[in-house]
Structures are given as C-alpha cells and as structure tokens.
Design a protein. Structure first.
Lengths: 450, 613
C-alpha cells in the first residue's frame, strides 16, 4: 500500500508540475504591453521619412497598424500578405496583385483594390498604379525585379487616409495618440489574421536609455531598447537582431581627396568601435549591406592599416577634416571621436563637430530597410546620398553596384549595429526577427487576465 | 599814455581789478583742486587697501575651497577604487582579459559619484575606460608624475580641446598589475560658479589650452569671457614667470567698467603652470567715488569762483577805486590841470598814496610858480641886459656927437655949422637906430593871432626863396647858394601865411648870419599824413649843445649884433600853429632847423599859451 501510495503521490506531483509548466508556456490573451523608446515621432504615416531615429520608430510601429501586400517572414523570405498572389509582364515593368478577400480595415470597412492602389500611389509617386476589378496593377518606367520585396517595405503599408486619421488593416488600432509623447494601441478584435494576444500596447516616446532601463527595473515597462553602453553584463533578457543599421562616414567628394578618404578608412579601428563603443552589438564592416543580407560583405575588407594610411596622408597633405555627427546622437559622437583618434595615429587631423552644417564628412547611420539585398542597397544608397540608377536585378549586380559605390571611399562603412531590446520576465514569445521588426501580435503576457 | 592802473604790453591791457580777480579765482581753484585731488588720492588708497584685503580674502577662500574640493575628490576616488567594480576591473586586468566591456564603466561610475573626470588606467597609462573621453579606450595617456597622494591640478585633453582638472589618483593593486583610478572635477565655469564670492568680485579661470594665450581658455562663472584677449598679457606673464601678477583692465571706454585683477598661477603636480586664477574686483565703486568727489569739487569750485568773483570784485573795487582816482588825477595833471586832487577816504597805504599825490601836486604848483617867477625875473634881467646893450650902442655915438657939438661950439664956431650938420645926421641915424630897436621889441610883444588859411607849403617856401635870392647872390661875404629841395608830398597846410613867411624869413636870415663866407643854404620840404616839415640848413659854423639849449630863448643871441628875438619869434609862430621846431647842429657842421606843422590846426584854445604866459 505504501509503495502504491507513494507511487501515486509521485505520479500526481509530476502530473501537476507538468500541467503547471504547460499552463505557464501556453499563450494567454489579455494585458497591456508597455513599451518605451528613445525616438519621439510626431507622425505615424509610414511614408514620412524624417530623421533616421524617428523613421526607424515608425518602421517598427507600422506593422502593428498596417499590413503590406507582402511581408518578410522571420527567415527573411517574402510572403504574400494582403495580396493573394502576383503576376508580372513586360520585363518586370507591369505587376498585377489580386487583393485578399475578406480583409477589413480596423474601422470595419472592407479593403478594396482602390484603397490599395491609392495608398501605393501616395507612397510611390513615380509608379503608375491602377485597378482592374479587385486586382491592383502597378506599372513602372524601368524593370523592377525586386517589386515584391519593395512592397514589403513599411513605407508601402496599405493606409487609408481620412483627413489626418490613418486607418489600417493591422492587428492594432490607435486608441490614443500624443505625437512625440505617447501612443496607445488596442487590439483589433476583427483582425483578419486573428486577434493579437495582448489587449493593448502603450508606447512612451522620448525616453533616454537610462530612463528606459530604470522603467524596466521598476516594472513600469515591459519592453525597452538597449543601448550599447547598457548591453554588457545586463542580467535582463536581451533580444538582439542581426545587424540592421550601418554606421558610415560619408565624405563630401568636393572637399576631400580620395587618398585622404582612403587613409581615414584604413586608419579607422572598426574592431575597437564594434567591441568598445557598441559593446558587441555591432560588427565591423567594409560594406554597406551587412553579411546576413547580402552574403558578400566579407569581400569588402575593413581591417586597419595605419602604415598605409600614413603613407596616403603624406601624399595628400595634412589638411584637417571636419567630421560632423548628428546632434544629440551619443553613439554617432563616440564613433566620430574614435575615428578622429584613429586618424590621429596616421597623422590626420579630424575634428568631430556636432551639427549638420558645412563639413568635410558626416557620420551617417542608415537602417537596413529590407532583407532583400537589392532593395536594401537601393534604399540605403539613396539614404547615403548616392542613389543607384536602378534597382539591381541580381545579387551579383548588387555586389557590383556596392563595389562601385565604395570605390572612391566617399562612403566608408564602419560598423553594422544590431537592434536590442530588453524584455520583462512576463513578456513571452517575443518574435526573434532578423530585421529587428516588432511583431507584437505574436507576443503575450504571462499572468495577463483577458 | 595808458590809463592809470593798467599795463600796456603790445596792446594787451589788464586792469588791476582784473588781475586781482584772476588771482583770487585762481587761488580758489587751486585750493579746491588740491582738496579734491587729496580726497581722490585718499579714496584711491583706501579702495586699494580694501581691494587688496578683499582679493586676499578671495584668494584664501579659493585656496580653502580648492583644498576642500580636492579632499572631496580624493574621497570619491578612494571610494571608487574600493568599489567592487574597480576590483573586478583590476582582476580582469591582472588576468589579461578583454577589457572592452568596461569602456562605458567610467561614465556610469563618474555619474554615480558626481565626478566630471574619471579614468581607469593600466600601469602603462592605457585607458581602460574614460568618462570624459569614452572613445579614448585602449589609447595611452600619461599617468600623473610621482603617484601623488594629494589632489593635484593637471591639464586634461578632451575631444573638444584641453581643460584643467582638479584630480586625485588612487591605485588598485591585484596581483602583479595595478589599476589606476584618476578622477576629479573640471576647473570650468561651473566650478567657478560654485565658489562663494563677495559682491563686486569675480573669479576668472584660464586653462592653458595651448602654449600661447587663447581666449577660449578664459572663462568666468557664465562661460567664455568677452574681450578676454585684454587679459592676454597678464595671463602670459603668469604662465611665463609662474608668479602672481596684478593688472587693471578697462573693458569699455567707461572707466567704471574696469577691473583690478590679481592673477595667481595654478600649478600641476610637477610644478608646471597649467593655468591661472584671476581674482577680479570691480573698480566701479572707486571710479564713481572719484567722479563724485570730482563733481563735488567742480561744484564747490564753481561756487567758489562765483563767490570769488563777487567778493573779489567788491574787494578789488575798494582797492582800485582810489588808484583809479589817482590815475585820473594824474591824467588831469598831465593835461595841465594842476589843480586836480584825489579825495582821501582811507588811512591805509592807498590813502597815504593819495595824500602824497595831493602833496605832490601842491608842491608842483608851488614849484611851477617859483619857476615862473624866476623865469620872469631872468627874462626881465635878460631884457634889461639886452636893452642896455642895444640902447648903449646908439647912446654912445649920441653922447659923442652931442659932446662934439658942444666942443665945436666952444672951440671952433666957424666950423660949427658943418659939424652941426654932420652931427645932426649922425644923431638922426642913431635915433633911427634906437627906434628900430624899440620897434623890434614892440613887434615881438605884438605878435598877432594867426589867421589860418590853406597854403601850399612849396609855394610859400618858393616865395621866401625868391625874395632872398638877390641878397644871397650879392652877399658881401661871398655868394651863398640857395638850394631848394621841395618834396612832392609837402602838400597844403592850414597856417597864417604872413606869420609863416616871417618865421621862414627869420630862419633864412639866421642862416645867412651864421655863415662867415660863401656857402649853401638848403630849404627842404616834405610831408606826412598829418603834418608837413620845412627844413632850413646852412653850412655855417654850427652850434654848441649849450647854444642849442638856449637858442630859442628870447633876447638870447650868439651874434655880436642882434636882438635875440629872431628865433624866439620863429618858435612863437610855430607854437601858435601847434607845431614844433627842433634844431640839429654840431660845431663846424652847420645847423638845420626843422619846423613840423600840422596839416589841420587843432581847435584853438580860448587863450593861447603865449597869452597865458
């Protein structure tokens, strides 16, 4: 008896423990996810570009409110979303996209091809967009082989603009919006892909890294950004993406000599920048596109060669180089100061200065807009001030285009930084996206009450 | 002649009253000025003493505050060196681990301990983490010399340039390796703003950013100092000598905006000068006090001058009025009014002077009367002598003739008739001579009043010349030439032509008489704006100075025969025409008489001088 009883008790305990564990891992509806971020966007319109920090914030928020015709999955593959499929003709100049049926905007009105065409035409003025029944037809002047990846960009999210109001088909709707301060989203109960787990998301903008960390420690926030200076030794749960933001020096070709630019590139100690300033949340790069996007980044060297840099400097003279960095951007400032210190080793005087006025060079940070190397390169090159003549057709073309972009050292990539977030313990199933996107519809909160 | 009480110096006349006024006013100004200057000097000295005391107090306060802050820095650095974070860093350093994870540690720890400067350094000076320059990790810097235990000043390089820090250093030794913690505070405007300062003072800090002075290195509590380059010389002297310097800086054209500075060198751990502390005291209070005193002095001076003008005018009037009366009386005496008197109102020196003047005029009148009397007696004596002389000559022949008549009547009656006839002729001749003599004396006493009319000088002179020409040519003593030199500018004059003709004739006759043999008589005329001159020269024997002095005296003559009235008549005529006559002569060189006659006769006095006499 006693052995049987003991066995029963043991079996019961194991069963209870297993049940509890299963209950703890099972998604639950309800709760409010509290998020804090440093950016302070004053607009939620995904077509707005603006400052890089605010544009990145908008790109993160856009998938919560709006859907795109196509999306990039966690593996970086382009998948249909609002489009049921696609067809192209005329050497990739004409694309047709039948619209998914039964999709509704958050205000209950059905999504139509006209809505999609209107939204895309607003985001892409050089496209010729029309409808054929419930099919959206896009014509471009030049072949666009990366059309599907472009349609997955946040700026091509389908938005219906009613006055100042923005209405989307995304998993959340806007409950309260205080530009630059606070955004409250509530779950879209009628979301066509299923209601998100959390009831609401509260985003507080304009919070410094220290304020965010404090909020997380005090339990006032569930998700905060992690700056490099806070990354090391942090016991909290940190989720980081692949490198999604490239820091580069963009020289003014008219004010600087190519050899001097090359000397500064060779003098830059990218490894120290990545390890020290970014605390490992960045990789040293010699290319614009990070390795995970292009696959060919290793072909662009980034190793330091001070002796060669000194030789080039001696051949060009010792004119000081004014290196500007965005005001209030601490990371960019540190990068600029490190570049100046490195350049001093080669006898080059680089003067870091905040501001966007006349300068010989600027520290520019540009986000990887797409996991498609062709689309990403075109978008990033445009952000870096040197637009490509057309979107590359193939990866090889992308490599050649990037090689040309970097050949005269007017653009000197330094590091590619990762996005990192710290999560509270109660946040579960935070999606690990390569591109750092927030797909909050998949996350849920432990202990939340519906 | 200048009025009494005035001094004529090239046309500038300053009255005694004005002189007195100027002296009194100048005295008031000098006294007020000296008092004001003395007050300014005393004020400035007092201010300087106060300023020195205040500067010394500020300097002592700064030193005290500096020491206190240094101790505070040392405590904080000690706390950091004792912290688990520093220990962990030292352990990793000792184990040769990757230290890049500590890059941001200094910033966080510095913020936690409220330090503006903090660095963790390896023994070779490699920066493990830097709060003030986070990007400098893995670069080497210099550790403070001599591992100072006390707080010290050191120049610190920052991305934006150099600064000066008040630092403390502590070492954390784990195993073979030591980790150095160097932390402190920047000496900048915030540091200065935290110093308690008395009103009217301020502290400037110069950080030696470069070898030479740079305005960016100079800050006060508010930040960079405007026009900081004005302190360049003072700062450079401090940096060069390492000694305290003093200077006064004028920031604007207003002296009240100036400041007195005492520049104290700031030295690092090795004794090198890393900056300077400038303790400034506003001079506004001093300048405004000086201005106040000066304005007060000016006001008092102005008031004093006004009072001086009034009082000195009154006093000068009291002093100068008798003097002016004296001057007026003197002018009247000079004009011939010998009866002029000064009223004596005081018994002081001026009263004595007035009394002396009155006494002098009385004595002058008495002396003149005695002189006139003496002259009159002398004239009568001379007249008697001349009369006796003149009358004796004809009387003697008369007497001889009458005696001859008597003798002839007694001794030779037959020849009496002839003798009578001859004697009668002689008697008549001598009687005629006597009548002539009497007539000349009569003529002199009957000089008529001039009947003025406008006469051409040259015409009149020519007439006299023509009259005498025959006589001169037929002179017994030999021919006498008459040389007429008539100036074209002689012009016309208002004279009595008959009297002038007579006077001129007398001069020519006098010249003829003066020559004992052949010679030349020159008659010249020339004119000026207000007068005309007629000169009559001879080549005779000339006159001695004694003769020249008496030659116009009536009845004086140097000739054997003459009444001595010729030249007296000439002088009388010239005098009646308000002219004057002078004589130039020397023995053996001839004589020249010069008549100067006014072109227009002045208003004739009621009684001529001759008649007055």
């Amino acid at each position: 008896m006693r052995p049987t009883l003991l066995r029963w008790l043991a079996a019961s305990s194991l069963l209870l423990a297993a049940t509890a564990a299963a209950a703890a891992q099972h998604p639950r509806y309800g709760g409010t996810l509290r998020v804090e971020m440093r950016a302070a966007p004053v607009s939620l319109d995904p077509t707005d570009e603006g400052a890089p920090l605010e544009a990145a914030a908008r790109a993160r928020i856009a998938p919560l409110l709006f859907d795109t015709l196509f999306r990039v999955d966690a593996e970086g593959r382009v998948r249909p979303q609002l489009a049921e499929g696609y067809a192209f003709q005329n050497e990739n100049k004409l694309w047709k996209f039948p619209i998914a049926r039964g999709v509704k905007f958050s205000d209950g009105t059905p999504l139509t091809a006209s809505d999609v065409a209107s939204s895309l035409a607003t985001a892409n003025p050089d496209w010729h967009v029309r409808t054929e029944g419930e099919t959206v037809v896009i014509e471009t002047d030049s072949p666009d082989p990366a059309m599907l990846a472009e349609l997955a960009l946040a700026k091509n999210a389908i938005v219906r603009r009613a006055g100042n109001a923005l209405v989307g088909t995304g998993p959340f709707t806007i409950a309260q919006w205080q530009p630059g301060q606070r955004l409250t989203l509530k779950a879209n109960e009628e979301y066509w892909r299923g209601r998100p787990f959390v009831d609401a998301v509260e985003i507080v903008f304009g919070q410094s890294a220290r304020e965010q960390a404090l909020a997380l420690d005090l339990g006032r926030a569930d998700v905060v950004e992690v700056s490099p200076e806070q990354a090391r030794g942090d016991a909290r749960r940190v989720r980081s993406s692949e490198p999604v933001e490239t820091f580069a020096i963009v020289f003014d070709r008219g004010r600087t000599d190519a050899r001097l630019r090359e000397a500064i590139s060779l003098a830059a100690d990218r490894g120290s920048i990545a390890r020290g300033i970014f605390q490992g949340l960045a990789e040293p790069v010699g290319s614009i596109l990070p390795q995970w996007v292009s696959g060919y980044a290793f072909l662009f060297p980034w190793q330091r060669d001070v002796n060669r840099a000194r030789q080039l400097r001696e051949a060009t003279g010792a004119r000081p180089v004014v290196l500007a960095y965005p005001p209030n951007d601490g990371l960019a400032r540190l990068v600029a100061e490190r570049v100046a210190l490195n350049a001093r080793d080669a006898g080059i005087v680089v003067q870091p200065t905040p501001g966007s006025g006349a300068a010989d060079a600027r520290i520019v940070r540009v986000r990887v807009a797409s996991s498609d190397a062709r689309v990403a390169l075109a978008a990033m090159a445009k952000r870096l001030g040197t637009a490509l003549p057309r979107t590359p057709w193939t990866l090889e073309e992308a490599y050649q285009a990037e090689d040309r972009l970097l050949s005269d050292f007017a653009i000197v990539p330094l590091v590619a930084a990762r996005d990192a977030q710290a999560l509270a313990e109660r946040v579960k199933d935070w999606p690990a996206a390569q591109d750092g996107a927030w797909r909050l519809q998949d996350a849920w909160i432990a202990g939340a009450q519906p | 002649m200048a009025p009494a009480g005035r001094v004529d110096r090239g046309g500038t006349a300053v009255s005694l009253r004005r002189k007195l006024l100027l002296v009194i006013v100048a005295s008031v100004c000098v006294v007020v000025g000296l008092l004001a200057a003395g007050a300014v000097v005393v004020t400035r000295r007092t201010f300087q003493q106060v300023n020195d005391a205040r500067t010394a107090a500020v300097a002592a306060q700064f030193q005290s505050e500096f020491a206190r802050r240094g101790e505070e820095m040392a405590r904080r650095v000690e706390a950091i060196a004792s912290s688990p974070e520093a220990t962990r860093m030292a352990v990793d350093l000792n184990h040769g681990a990757d230290l890049s994870g500590y890059v941001n540690a200094a910033s966080e720890i510095a913020e936690e301990h409220q330090l503006g400067l903090l660095e963790f350094l390896a023994a070779d000076g490699t920066v493990i983490s830097s709060a003030q320059w986070p990007a400098r990790f893995n670069y080497k810097t210099e550790l403070p010399a001599g591992a100072p235990q006390q707080p010290f000043l050191q120049a610190e390089e920052l991305p934006e340039g150099w600064t000066v820090g008040l630092l403390a250093e502590r070492a954390v030794k784990i195993g073979d390796q030591s980790l150095y913690v160097v932390g402190g505070q920047r000496l900048d405007e915030r540091f200065l703003a935290s110093l308690p300062l008395p009103a009217g003072t301020r502290v400037l800090l110069y950080r030696k950013l470069q070898a030479s002075f740079t305005p960016q290195g100079l800050v006060d509590q508010q930040g960079p100092v405007a026009n900081g380059e004005k302190l360049a010389g003072t700062v450079e002297r401090v940096l060069e000598t390492g000694a305290t310097q003093n200077a006064t800086i004028g920031w604007t054209s207003d002296a009240a905006d100036s400041e007195s500075f005492q520049a104290v060198p700031l030295k690092g751990a090795g004794g090198e000068v890393v900056g300077a502390l400038l303790l400034g005291s506003s001079r506004r209070a001093l300048v405004e006090s000086e201005r106040h005193i000066r304005n007060l002095g000016l006001a008092l001076g102005g008031l004093g001058i006004l009072l001086a003008i009034v009082l000195s005018g009154w006093a000068a009037a009291r002093v100068t009025r008798p003097v002016e009366q004296l001057a007026e009386a003197a002018r009247q005496v000079a004009a011939g009014n010998w009866d002029a008197k000064v009223e004596v109102e005081s018994e002081d020196e001026v009263g004595e002077l007035a009394e002396a003047f009155n006494r002098m005029t009385r004595e002058l009148i008495e002396h003149r009367e005695r002189l006139v009397q003496a002259e009159r007696v002398a004239a009568w004596r001379e007249l008697a002598r001349r009369l006796a002389h003149e009358l004796k000559n004809p009387l003697f022949p008369l007497q001889i003739t009458v005696e001859n008549l008597v003798r002839a009547r007694e001794t030779a009656p037959q020849q009496f008739d002839e003798v009578f006839r001859e004697s009668t002729q002689t008697l008549l001749a001598e009687i005629a001579n006597l009548k002539a003599i009497v007539g000349r004396f009569s003529d002199f006493s009957k000089m008529p009043q001039p009947q003025l009319q406008r006469v051409e000088v040259n015409e009149l002179v020519s007439g006299v010349g023509k009259l005498f020409e025959p006589q001169l040519k037929a002179a017994a003593k030999g021919e006498i030439a008459l040389k007429m030199e008539l100036g074209a500018d002689a012009g016309a004059i208002e004279v009595d032509p008959e009297l002038l003709h007579r006077a001129l004739s007398n001069l020519v006759l006098n010249a003829i008489d003066a020559m004992t043999g052949p010679g030349t008589i020159a008659v010249r005329t020339r004119g000026g704006e207000r007068s005309a001159k007629i000169e009559v020269s001879d080549t005779g024997g000339g006159l001695t100075p004694e003769e020249q002095a008496r030659i116009f005296t009536p009845y004086y003559t140097s000739k054997q025969h003459g009444t001595g009235l010729g030249l007296a008549i000439v002088q009388s005529v010239v005098s009646d025409h308000s002219g004057k006559i002078t004589v130039e002569s020397a023995p053996g060189r001839g004589t020249t008489f010069i008549m100067e006659l006014p072109r227009r006769a002045p208003e004739r006095p009621a009684t001529s001088a001759r008649e007055a006499r």
